[in-house]
Unconditional design. Structure first.
Length: 173
């Protein structure tokens, strides 16, 4: 009897570890950072007001890029924290960019109610593909990428950022 129970416990443990491995693989950032860097810096997006914003204009300084949408509760919840990070660190050469995976009209309306001190650009549905190329295999939001001053990807995070994430990233450069 004990032998059978031990086999069940062993089988359950193996299944649990396999499930955890699959979940980790699915939600851990993947992708080729070198390719993602090249793709990112060649992009240009429109601002919510329709002006072109080339990503190359951010080159040369550390940059935090946050993929978000107005319909994504964790996204809009983290934006004030990211805005505070921008305000506290722009004098240290940090830049922040919000890439909205959303409709321009929804973003304009949202920004009217809750303005941000950092630039926002419209990535649209193509933003999902760009985020996937940058390591967001699931294409979920929010997704944040931190670039160093020389344009290399230093960190990627799927999910809502925390104050400790931002404090850690501020120390990277």
């Amino acid at each position: 009897m004990k032998r059978r129970q031990l086999m069940y416990v062993g089988a359950a443990a193996v299944a649990g570890l396999a499930g955890a491995g699959v979940a980790w693989r699915k939600f851990e950032p993947h992708g080729d950072p070198a390719l993602a860097q090249d793709v990112f810096w060649q992009q240009s997006f429109d601002t919510p007001t329709g002006e072109a914003l080339p990503m190359a204009s951010f080159a040369g300084k550390p940059l935090l890029v946050n993929f978000w949408a107005t319909w994504c509760p964790p996204c809009v919840e983290e934006l004030p924290l990211i805005d505070r990070f921008h305000q506290d660190n722009q004098s240290k050469n940090w830049q922040v960019l919000g890439l909205a995976v959303d409709q321009p009209s929804a973003v304009r309306a949202w920004l009217q109610r809750k303005p941000l001190s950092f630039p926002v650009a419209m990535a649209g549905l193509g933003g999902t593909e760009l985020s996937k190329a940058m390591g967001n295999a699931a294409g979920g939001l929010p997704f944040t990428v931190v670039f160093g001053g020389s344009g290399q990807v230093l960190h990627r995070k799927i999910g809502q950022v925390s104050a400790s994430d931002l404090a850690q990233w501020a120390q990277l450069v």
